[in-house]
Write a protein that binds this ligand. Structure first.
Ligand code: AMP
Length: 197
């Protein structure tokens, strides 16, 4: 199997984490030789925010407001992760990045640098109703109805903008996935979009 570069995007509650895990398992089942490197932007940032220092405190505030952390922070986190993990023979799964046009440029030039083929973006889209329902059930610490609504509003406006950009950029292929379906159905739709046998 060729080394794949897959980018997962989707608002909180889209089931993105579950789908990445299912896909990872499926790739491993099909090809035990090729390592998988998995970068998770949201989780990495939340880990940084959970520490006891001034930067973490400020980061918590940004995450709590449901805003993107500053560009230099997200990019350095991404770049440092690649420094530590890339070996040249892996499938690369990127979760939650890029989420802005400037981040998109960074991903593009970084993929060129690492001589990766054009990434496939798997966008898991959900309706607002499904998103709010799932997130309130999950009850994560930084989730209140207000931050959830703000994030969903972000997804509607900014997400649309970035997706239009991604779709019109020949460096990316975008798969639109209906995340309102069951876990199994979403997984199937992703597999068929990626032409898994
Ligand atoms: P998530 O778990 O993906 O919702 O991410 C948690 C929080 O991390 C978000 O609410 C943002 O504050 C921040 N975050 C996630 N992805 C990015 C990104 N690509 N750029 C900047 N900030 C991000």
């Amino acid at each position: 199997m060729n080394q794949r570069t897959l980018i997962f995007l989707g608002p909180q509650g889209s089931g993105k984490g579950t789908q990445v895990k299912l896909l990872k398992d499926r790739i491993v089942a099909q090809d035990t030789q090729t390592p998988i490197v998995h970068f998770e932007m949201g989780k990495t940032l939340r880990d940084i925010a959970s520490k006891e220092n001034y930067t973490s405190k400020l980061m918590q505030e940004v995450i709590h407001r449901g805003e993107l952390v500053p560009f230099n922070i997200s990019c350095s986190v991404f770049t440092n992760f690649l420094f530590d993990h890339m070996q040249g023979n892996e499938h690369l799964l990127i979760d939650g990045f890029p989420r802005s046009e400037t981040q998109m440029e960074v991903v593009k030039t970084t993929m060129e640098f690492y001589k990766r083929e054009a990434p496939i973006v798997i966008h898991i889209n959900i309706s607002d109703e499904v998103g709010i329902e799932r997130l309130l059930k999950r009850g994560r610490q930084d989730d209140t109805e207000e931050t959830i609504r703000r994030r969903l509003a972000w997804s509607r406006e900014e997400w649309e903008k970035i997706l239009v950009r991604l779709k019109s950029n020949s460096a990316y292929t975008v798969l639109e996935i209906n995340g309102d379906q069951s876990v199994e159905e979403v997984h199937k739709e992703i597999l068929s979009g990626l032409n898994f046998a």
